[in-house]
Design a protein around this ligand. Structure first.
Ligand code: C2O
Length: 547
């Protein structure tokens, strides 16, 4: 194993998209940002130096951070932000993970332009449990705003309304030919015939789940959230913000004299396909003569499921199964120590004085778990916990069950008001947790990509309607459930997850739709130290930023 050193200079950078040039915040003047490449077992050191006026933190999304919670990155959860002119050295070791993850800013909406791939290769002398690809290519989905995304969310929070939707979906930062002024901003994948390519798909999108397909080609999914899975083949996939997946793409055995579109569009919003809610890139074959062949060739388009294809999504997510191979697969907890039932959904809170709010009945939009809309403190919770001064920072009384149950998928209750606060759950070291995530129909059923920091969880069950504690557990998969860090809680349905609380620290859990996180769909878990030294969180590095 080795140590990998990186420097991330947070700097301004000018980018032209959709006919406009604007200044964005970037890492090292790159958009999308640089790749982190490491092998399983390597130590990664990233020195993040902030040269801009915004406060910044970086999160290594999906990295387990075993006993290195100080490097996790969410602002006001594990650290105070890195202020202008300051730097912070993120120090973590990659343990038991291989595949693709990504890094992104974790403060306000800065992740709209601050993101990039994390590529975890197998240990030296180890190979993939599938055919070795000829080439590997990161394919990152994102969203682009013409306006400053920070201004967009600040204004939305002030007026209590929704933010405007992004102006484009992007692949590797490029909107593609269906957007104005964008045909030269199109992602192109140039391939040779008869080869296997591995696409490392990453959803850094802000507020939408996306369908993705490549015309006249199938994809074999071999890994999800940096865990190998039982391979399966599909024409279309759904990728949710915060999810990553590796797919194998076999190219045609011959030179096809055609260009194939790869395209992505949202699951829940937008109307058509191949309009300005579709990002497209080109899959192009290199001509055997080596010359670039011009052009007049046929263009094939993929077909994508229509908006709100919940049936497609339910079938698709059921296909994910773990490899169930002890070499790569952790064991799903068979016995549960603690059960939780969390309602996940939208709601409302009072409109601030002198504002006109755009939520239901003139209220302000909010989002909540068990009716609690989480408010981040102004200091880092992990420090408050570690140094035992949590007074006035957070309380440890997050509700295990909804305080007043209702029919979650029926007629919504009249009172949609949420309560606000900073409430956490405390777990003893090595507790096995079962958590039911129930979507609510308040303000419309909507899918929510729930992301847990510090752990992978097993998805043991999923269904539509209200979760039934007497019936549904009988169908749980405790043999080969998928292990991941982000799961779409289905609109009008529920998922059941299990995890082992073997990582001491304070761990954020939230909807990876940035707007829902801003509205309060978030909470945090405290996992206490275990008795052994190897089960304790070490003290923070001395240079950790101060608030
Ligand atoms: Cu990808 Cu808390 O984030």
């Amino acid at each position: 194993c080795m140590t990998r050193h990186y420097t991330f200079n947070i700097v301004q950078h000018n980018v032209t998209r959709l006919c406009n040039t604007k200044t964005i915040i970037s890492v090292n003047g790159m958009f999308p940002g640089p790749k982190i490449v490491a092998r399983e077992g390597d130590q990664v050191l990233v020195n993040v130096v902030n040269h801009v006026t915004n406060n910044v933190t970086i999160h290594w999304h999906g990295i387990r951070q075993l006993r290195s919670g100080w490097a996790d990155g969410p602002a006001y959860v594990t650290q105070c932000p890195i202020q202008t002119g300051q730097s912070y050295l993120y120090n973590f070791t990659i343990t038991g993970q291989r595949g693709t993850l990504f890094w992104h800013a974790h403060i306000s909406w800065l992740r709209s332009t601050l993101y990039g791939p994390i590529i975890i290769l197998p240990r030296r002398n180890e190979s993939y449990p599938f055919r070795k690809p000829y080439k590997e290519v990161p394919v990152i989905f994102g969203e682009w705003w013409n306006a400053d995304p920070e201004a967009v969310i600040n204004q939305a929070l002030q007026t209590g309304g929704g933010p405007n939707v992004s102006d484009a979906y992007t692949i590797n930062g490029l909107p593609g030919p269906f957007y104005n002024c964008s045909s030269k901003h199109t992602f192109k994948l140039r391939v040779k015939p008869g080869k296997t390519y591995m696409l490392r798909l990453i959803s850094a999108a802000m507020n939408d789940e996306l369908f993705f397909s490549i015309a006249n080609h199938t994809m074999t999914i071999v890994e999800a959230d940096a865990v190998y899975i039982k391979p399966f083949t599909t024409n279309v996939l759904l990728i949710t913000p915060g999810q990553t997946t590796n797919v194998l793409l076999e190219t045609k055995p011959y030179y096809p004299n055609a260009t194939f579109l790869m395209a992505a569009r949202p699951y829940f919003t937008g109307q058509g396909t191949f309009d300005n809610s579709t990002v497209a890139g080109f899959l192009e074959y290199e001509h055997p003569s080596g010359q670039s062949f011009n052009k007049r060739m046929k263009i094939f388009k993929p077909s994508l499921p229509p908006v709100t294809s919940t049936g497609f999504v339910a079938n698709f997510t059921k296909k994910f199964r773990s490899l169930n191979n002890p070499k790569y697969t952790a064991r799903v907890p068979q016995i549960v120590d603690k059960r939780f039932f969390f309602t996940i959904g939208l709601g409302s809170s009072p409109c601030p004085q002198n504002s006109t709010c755009q939520g239901p009945n003139g209220t302000k939009f909010a989002a909540a778990i068990n009716n609690v809309s989480f408010a981040l403190p102004t200091t880092a919770m992990l420090q408050a916990y570690f140094f035992k001064n949590s007074n006035g920072v957070y309380k440890t009384d997050f509700p295990t069950y909804p305080r007043s149950p209702f029919n979650y998928t029926g007629t919504p209750p009249n009172n949609t008001k949420v309560s606000n606060g900073t409430h956490l759950v405390v777990l003893r070291f090595n507790t096995t947790v079962e958590l039911i995530l129930q979507d609510t129909s308040i303000l419309g059923a909507e899918s929510h990509p729930l992301h847990l920091h510090g752990f992978n969880f097993f998805v043991v069950g999923e269904g539509f309607g209200n979760y039934d504690p007497n019936k549904d557990p009988r169908n749980f998969n405790l043999v080969d459930p998928i292990e991941r860090n982000t799961i779409g809680v289905p609109a009008g349905g529920w998922v059941a997850i299990r995890f082992l609380a073997d990582n001491p620290g304070v761990w954020f859990m939230h909807c990876h739709f940035e707007v829902h996180t801003s509205w309060g769909l978030k909470m945090a878990w405290i996992v206490l130290d275990g008795p052994l030294t190897s089960q304790k969180l070490p003290p923070p590095p001395p240079e950790i930023p101060k608030c």
